[in-house]
Write a protein that binds this ligand. Structure first.
Ligand code: LLP
Length: 445
């Protein structure tokens, strides 16, 4: 596609850590271009709402994780956002996949992604999830409850054993919001080390010839903006590995430290680099292994958001501007159906008008969606020009993770398309959901 010539000025808010992809620059006519393509042009061509994904940013973030931990396995947490192009990019960048359903697994398999580099998670794996995993030969299945041990073992066709890990609960509270905090006692994930459940599960697995226990897994939560909880978690898991060695004579060769690495949602928010997380985790692992006299296990990390969040920009068109109750609202053509994160976790975003210059003063404006709920707020009190009007395009950076993947069919507005940009070109990755899609599923009278 043709692109406007751009005068590449980095965005003012492009300070590290940025909420924009590295390729984001100001473009002619008050626009911003990403991957060399002006955003307003993308809004025009693909319609709104639309999600733009900067391919180079995704690849660079994946590569940064590989560089940060060259001796570890990096697996991308597909729940953050998955489509066939993402599967290919991860494969090309030497990154594995963490999936948690037969659907994610089938999508990866449809691109010929090597199954031995896939890890299957889930606190409630369905028979279909397990059957699909065994049929495709996934590398690791992470056990999350005792009752799935016998069920899984019964389905392993043999003669080779299925390699499994145990998701342990190290008892560490971390994460940006209680709904995405998974390392402490009293929530649904994992098997408690302190309570003895993890050890019971280990003993049971060791008694199942069809299962081979290769290691332990922890996932502390999401949006964890410090490496310290990982360091503490790794030490607790290594201490537990030492106990397993002492009681059962088994030295486990792998440790999966999970995902949860934070990104800046607002400019300047703390977000350690993959290198910083990697250094701290590695250091903690080396120290703990020395302390407990264990050989270094092979490490795995599972970044999701950290790879894809800042590569994504959501574009909306303003449908209405309203002043009421002393506040200014800009209502756009998307909302909680494509981004439930503000409503679910109180997530905050920055918003920028793109596509035309404005010299108007800025004022606090609340960007709301089009859905039939007062809680359908995308961004509370963000600075937008006073002359904002219907038809204007708003760009919301840091939108690449857990938005399209959590999009719903609310109000039958249709889930938005995803467009990749790279080298001044754009291409459609996922098309817009249409009314025909809804009608096709509705088979009753
Ligand atoms: N590994 C496991 C086992 C996980 O459950 C998750 C995320 C990850 C890795 C990747 O976490 P990440 O690096 O992306 O933080 N919907 C929420 C996030 C839920 C995360 C669920 N598990 C949100 O929008 O913030």
């Amino acid at each position: 596609m043709t692109t406007l010539s751009t005068i590449p000025v980095p965005l003012p808010e492009l300070t590290a850590p940025s909420v924009w992809p590295a390729s984001a620059v100001t473009a002619r006519g008050g626009d911003v271009s990403v991957g060399g393509v002006p955003l307003a042009e993308l809004a025009e061509r693909y319609g709104t709402p639309v999600y733009v994904l900067d391919e180079a940013e995704v690849r660079a973030r994946a590569a940064a994780w590989r560089r940060a931990l060259p001796d570890a396995d990096v697996v991308y947490a597909a729940k953050a956002f998955l489509c066939r192009a993402m599967v290919d990019w991860m494969e090309q960048e030497g990154v594995g996949l963490d999936v948690c359903s037969a659907g994610e697994l089938e999508l990866a398999a449809s691109r010929g992604f090597p199954a031995d580099r896939i890890v299957l998670h889930g606190n409630a794996k369905s028979p279909r999830d397990l059957r699909t995993a065994l049929r495709l030969g996934v590398g690791r299945i992470v056990i999350d409850s005792e009752c799935e041990i016998a069920r899984l073992a019964a389905h392993v066709p043999g003669p080779e054993a299925q390699q499994v890990m145990v998701r342990v609960l190290p008892g560490i509270a971390a994460g940006g919001h209680h709904k995405i905090s998974t390392g402490a006692e009293g929530q649904k994930f994992g098997l408690s080390i302190a309570g003895g459940d993890a050890e019971d599960a280990v003993a049971r697995i060791l008694g199942q010839p069809r299962l081979e226990l290769v290691g332990l897994h922890m996932h502390l939560g999401s949006q964890i903006a410090s490496a310290e909880p990982y360091a503490r978690g790794v030490r607790r898991v290594v201490a537990f590995m030492a106990r397993i060695r002492d009681r059962y004579g088994v030295t486990l060769p792998e440790l999966d430290a999970g995902g949860g690495f934070a990104v800046a949602q607002l400019p300047g928010e703390p977000a350690p680099s993959p290198a910083a997380y990697g250094r701290r985790i590695n250091d903690a692992l080396v120290r703990a292994c020395a302390e407990f006299d264990l050989p270094l296990p092979r490490l795995t990390v599972e970044p999701g958001r950290s790879i894809v969040a800042t590569a994504g920009v959501a574009l909306y068109r303003v449908l209405a501007v309203k002043r009421t109750g002393g506040r200014v609202f800009a209502a756009v053509d998307g909302g909680m159906s494509d981004n439930p994160r503000p409503a679910l976790y109180g997530a905050r975003y920055t918003v920028r008008m793109v596509g035309r210059p404005s010299a108007a003063p800025m004022r606090a404006t609340t960007v709301v969606g089009r859905h039939c709920e007062a809680g359908d707020v995308l961004a509370e009190s963000v600075e937008l020009p006073e002359d904002l009007r219907p038809g204007d395009v708003l760009a919301v950076p840091a939108s690449g993770a857990y938005q399209v993947s959590m999009a719903s069919g609310y109000n039958l507005t249709g889930r938005p398309p995803v467009v990749a940009v790279a080298g001044g070109r754009s291409r459609l990755l996922v098309r817009r959901e249409t009314f025909e899609d809804h009608r096709g599923r509705d088979v009753g009278l």
